[in-house]
Ligand binder design. Structure first.
Ligand code: SAM
Length: 214
């Protein structure tokens, strides 16, 4: 699937509240400045139908996705950049959200950056990858005989375990990118280190974590 097709499909899911894959952040009146990290084409921000005076910013490393986002909406300010080095001053946002992107980053660096740019009292909403999902993906690659994919999924499994035990991540030996799964222990430890409190975790169909910046 191309980047464009993926982000258009996710936009349709974000706009369909009874789709089982639908998962969206609660936007409150105090959220005047919102950042979506790994926004793709801005699907989560677009589907949030934000009031006109809310400043919405979407950041991603994928230029094609950002180009599509600019075609789709003028409501979102799209910025190219990595989660690990956010190009924003400290305390710039009242809500930072990130849907299924932090598992693809060097998470300790990304979470430290999120802590820096979230204003005191600001909120965080994350959708992460659980151990269950990683095991399902590995099993599917093995059963279908996709050995290269299975090797990559084994790396993700080992990296998530390393993150759980030692709070460290390693880049993939196959492509140099990061990927991991998260656990309640590993993400809570990282969030506390970055200055977050009131950490709440919901591990149903989606692995959703919320927290507030002290
Ligand atoms: C699975 S997609 C999720 C897109 C969107 N958040 C959604 O929920 O539909 C992951 C996104 O993260 C972006 N991404 C991956 N690594 C990143 C990084 N280090 N910094 C910023 N964005 C990253 C990808 O380009 C992609 O758009």
């Amino acid at each position: 699937m191309t980047s464009r097709a993926y982000h258009l499909r996710e936009l349709a899911i974000a706009q369909t509240s009874d789709d089982p894959r639908h998962v969206m952040p609660a936007i409150l009146p105090r959220h005047r400045r919102i950042l979506d990290i790994g926004c793709g084409a801005g699907q989560t921000l677009i589907a949030s139908n934000l009031p006109p005076d809310v400043r919405a910013t979407g950041l991603d490393v994928d230029f094609e996705a950002l180009r599509l986002g600019r075609e789709l909406t003028e409501r979102v300010g799209f910025v190219a950049g990595p989660a690990e080095h956010l190009p924003f001053p400290a305390a710039s946002f009242d809500l930072v959200l990130s849907r299924v992107t932090l598992p693809l980053t060097c998470l300790p660096a990304a979470v430290a950056e999120i802590g820096r740019v979230t204003a005191p009292g600001g909120d965080l909403w994350l959708v992460l990858h659980s151990l269950d999902k990683t095991l399902r993906d590995l099993r599917a690659s093995l059963l279908s005989g996709h050995w290269k994919r299975a090797a990559y999924r084994s790396y993700v499994l080992a990296n998530g375990a390393l993150f759980h035990v030692a709070g460290r991540l390693l880049p993939s030996p196959l492509d140099g990118h990061y990927e991991s799964f998260q656990t309640d222990v590993s993400i809570s430890r990282e969030l506390r280190r970055a200055g977050f409190a009131d950490i709440a975790i919901s591990a149903g169909r989606h692995y959703v974590v919320t927290a507030q910046r002290r």
